[in-house]
Design a protein around this ligand. Sequence first.
Ligand SMILES: NC(=O)c1ccc[n+]([C@@H]2O[C@H](COP(=O)([O-])OP(=O)(O)OC[C@H]3O[C@@H](n4cnc5c(N)ncnc54)[C@H](O)[C@@H]3O)[C@@H](O)[C@H]2O)c1
Length: 365
Amino acid sequence: MKKINIKAPSRNYDVYIGNNVIKRYASQINSLAGNNDSIIIVDTNVYRLHKDKIESLVKSLNGDAIVYKFKADEKNKSLDSLKKIFDLMLRKNLGRSSFLIAIGGGITGDLGGFAASVYARGIGYIHIPTTLLAMVDSAIGGKTGINYGHTKNIIGAFYQPESVLIDTEFIKTLPREELLCGLGEVIKYGLLIGDDFFDYVSKNYHKAFDYNAAFLNKAITESVSFKGSAVEKDEKEKTGLRKILNLGHTFAHAIEVEQNHKIKHGQAVIAGIACALHLSNKLGLMNDKYLEKYLSLIVEFGNEIKLSKYNPETLYKIMFRDKKNKKGSINFVLLEKAGKLIIDAEADKRDVLYAINNGLQYFGV
Ligand SMILES: NC(=O)c1ccc[n+]([C@@H]2O[C@H](COP(=O)([O-])OP(=O)(O)OC[C@H]3O[C@@H](n4cnc5c(N)ncnc54)[C@H](O)[C@@H]3O)[C@@H](O)[C@H]2O)c1
């Protein structure tokens, strides 16, 4: 069992990692929630697969708890779901001292966290992430929000939880595709942290598909520690230090939009990292030896990530629309080698198209 403390400027909180953490930390949950009433927002899939665990959590709470189940898809990460949650909370007379617990992947965490940030001007909440992606990334750092119109995560808030409970037992019911998405973020942390951790991930990543506890615990612990320290230094992405977490993400977001969200976020991150590696090499930041080394892990996922026919010009236009700087070029997080990052590296259109064409060649069309 591991405990990692995150000293974000707005809140100091603990992240617990281990098997059956929810049961073992029932008293901590109660000390945070007090005797107050709670709302538990849970993904219907997770509720179905882990009903006993969730019901015993509900029973162990001192106060009354209402359970709101919802289908976790991007369509429901919406104002409409938020309204349903607020209506229910009001009907149950939940006030300023009430508590929210979000149990699910990144969609549930983003929606639940945002509901907590604005209800009664902000109530306490706990994240219980249930996907590998949420455990290594989205549950940490306090970015909450919903989609609006056609724009992802456009309405939201930075709002830190009171605690994050990473109960690795949830991983056992994750399908391969979701494990792969989580591994996409773990590979990102490998490149952010340094060659030792990257090499460990390269050698052992396949163990995730066998639900190997030692690999998963190490992957989660390293990723959470790294993200936590970036959040401590730059909670609201003001100084640029938190920006490194966006490695591969400028490409990834454009890929998600261009592919009409038919590709999952974690898969797009893997493809986006391949593009960022090629761009780093094209701009002379990364030598051929490192490019080859890092790509040798990425290509292992080539057959599992299927892009439908894509248009590099459209991808470029999406990035330009979303990310162009005042001078009219796009800024990227790039790499010299694992652990040596370059923030705000500028690239012109020709180099970006080169990176797209080379980076996406590994993924089946
Ligand atoms: N806030 C942040 O910092 C941040 C960072 C990265 C991504 N995100 C957001 O996270 C979302 C993606 O998160 P995600 O990949 O966790 O997706 P998700 O919440 O959609 O979950 C993916 C799928 O896995 C299922 N699932 C969840 N837990 C399960 C379990 N234990 N067993 C079986 N199935 C389970 C869900 O029902 C869903 O079908 C996106 O909306 C993205 O914008 C947020």
